[in-house]
Design a protein around this ligand. Structure first.
Ligand code: SF4
Ligand code: FES
Length: 247
């Protein structure tokens, strides 16, 4: 196995640079090194001005999303040996404004997320009689997959609809809404409906499915969106056919 690899890393300061350039760095290689280890080597030993985000180094915090050889990836869970003989290209996530180098501005998502009310809503918020809202394993399974989201934004970076229409609510926000809609303790599906069933909500998704391919946690946001479309369509049919009390 080669003991070095060239990493071509996007460098860009929007205030002073007209466009990003790829800067090559020669880094040592071991079988265990992730792209993030290579970036930290560059920052520590070669060029302290390189900017990128990371925190947990174990696929949990969701802060190290980047584009590696053209694909949305977590830098801490993507291994350099898989890109031999190199070079491996590291760029910021697509579909987000670049603040500097590999750091992007995700404030659009941070604005959209609270619109879907990603918390448990109950009509009566008194505690249950025995102080617990119990769930069966089957009830947990209904939403557990969607609760695995780490807000890494790789699904937005992969989504061609979001690339064309920045108003699209987007995969993770809809998956996180479904995390609560499908929770047996929640009574807030109606409160989320205006946002989710709007033209730039679930219906804007054309089911390309790239979000689910990119997701490192198996959330399947594309599946969440299609499932919500069924809920919204069922509600529309019921509202046409049934009196309000029977819906
Ligand atoms: S759905 Fe997956 S890809 Fe999208 S933000 Fe959540 S964990 Fe990341
Ligand atoms: S550093 Fe936390 S997910 Fe990669």
């Amino acid at each position: 196995m080669a003991d070095r690899i060239v990493m071509e890393v996007a460098r860009y300061r929007p205030e002073t640079d007209s466009e990003p350039v790829l800067q090559p760095y020669d880094v040592p290689l071991t079988r265990e090194w992730a792209v993030l280890d290579g970036l930290n080597y560059i920052k520590d030993r070669l060029d302290g001005t390189l900017s990128f985000r990371w925190s947990c180094r174990m696929g949990i915090c969701g802060s190290c999303g980047m584009t590696v050889n053209g694909e949305p990836k977590l830098a801490c869970a993507t291994f350099l040996v898989d890109y031999l003989p190199g070079p491996v290209r590291v760029e910021p996530m697509r579909n987000f404004p670049v603040i500097r180098d590999l750091v992007v501005d995700i404030s659009d998502f941070m604005t959209k997320l609270p619109r879907v009310k990603p918390w448990i809503i109950r009509e009566n918020d008194e505690p249950a009689e025995d102080d617990e809202y119990r769930q069966t394993p089957a009830e947990l399974d209904e939403f557990k997959q969607f609760s695995m989201c780490i807000n890494c934004m790789l699904c937005y970076s992969a989504c061609p609809v979001y690339a064309l229409d920045p108003d699209f609510l987007g995969p993770a926000a809809i998956a996180l809404a479904q995390r609560y809609n499908l929770d047996s303790r929640d009574e807030g599906e109606e409160d989320r409906r205006d946002v989710l069933a709007a033209a730039d909500g679930a219906w804007a998704c054309t089911y390309v499915g790239e979000c689910s391919v990119a997701c490192p946690k198996g959330v399947d946001p594309a599946g969440a969106i299609q499932r919500y479309k069924l809920t919204a369509a069922t509600h529309s049919v019921k509202s046409l056919l049934l009196p309000r009390a029977a819906r």
